[in-house]
Design a protein around this ligand. Sequence first.
Ligand SMILES: [Zn+2]
Length: 304
Amino acid sequence: MRERNLIWSFLLAVVTALVFSPPQRIAGQTKPSASESAGLPRSLRLYVIDCGTLHITNTERLGLKKEEVATADLSVPCFLIAHPKGTLIWDVGAVLDSVWNPVGHPVVQHVMLPDSQERDVTVVNSLRAQLAEIGYSPSDITYLALSHYHYDHTANANAFSGSTWLVRQVERDAMFSEKPPGTTQPSTYSALRESKTVILKEEEHDVFADGTVIIKSAPGHTPGHQALYLKLMKTGSVMLSGDLYHYPEERVLDRVPTFEFDAVQTRASRVAIEAFLKKTGAQLWIQHDLNSNQKLKKSPNFYE
Ligand SMILES: [Zn+2]
């Protein structure tokens, strides 16, 4: 009964928010253009969204002894890329929004995976609430891309099943295979099966066809693992790593996690991405690197 009341009050809150939320407008304008009403900026923006902190008890799984890493815990960011022609969400967290309610301070969520692995993740705010704060709902988002299929990147994927999914065939095949790979939570992305999907075939996919947002193939961690290159006007070029590395020490000490789909491929992808970074002068943002992540400005602030 208590659960039913909770569900009703949640539904009421959602309906109230939908009915009473004002449309996003640029100050001083009453008639926004089509792109402004969809919340699209004049130039490329990158929002870093806090999707939690993952507590790691065994760093050796990631190829490093506890004493070799500065911090064992991993940041779990989600990223919203807003371009004049549309939006892209890159990775969607480790904890499903609908299983908890933000209370204004950090709470620990226990995640249980079908392969019996368990993790604790500290979360402060939901992905949906953080998107709402900057004027977006999941149904506004043009494209969904996941760096890869592990549970800590897919938690809210179903909410974006109305977006166009950008994925490689090998990754999609593994996600929907009869026996899904380990460290996945297939129920969190099951709705993508019916999503409008673009299968990425080339090594690079130029999302908005102007060279500013490019998904780069970087297989090994999973069969279709990918990274994201962004050419920001003020910040310069940034590469979002996916899980090409987890810890900065992995990069320096040349370690590879123990559970790669193909460790040889991982090393080859690292060589290719490092060469690309050198060529472009792009900064590498290791998504899970907690200490670096803490220094980034978070949504509603953004990089441009
Ligand atoms: Zn991860």
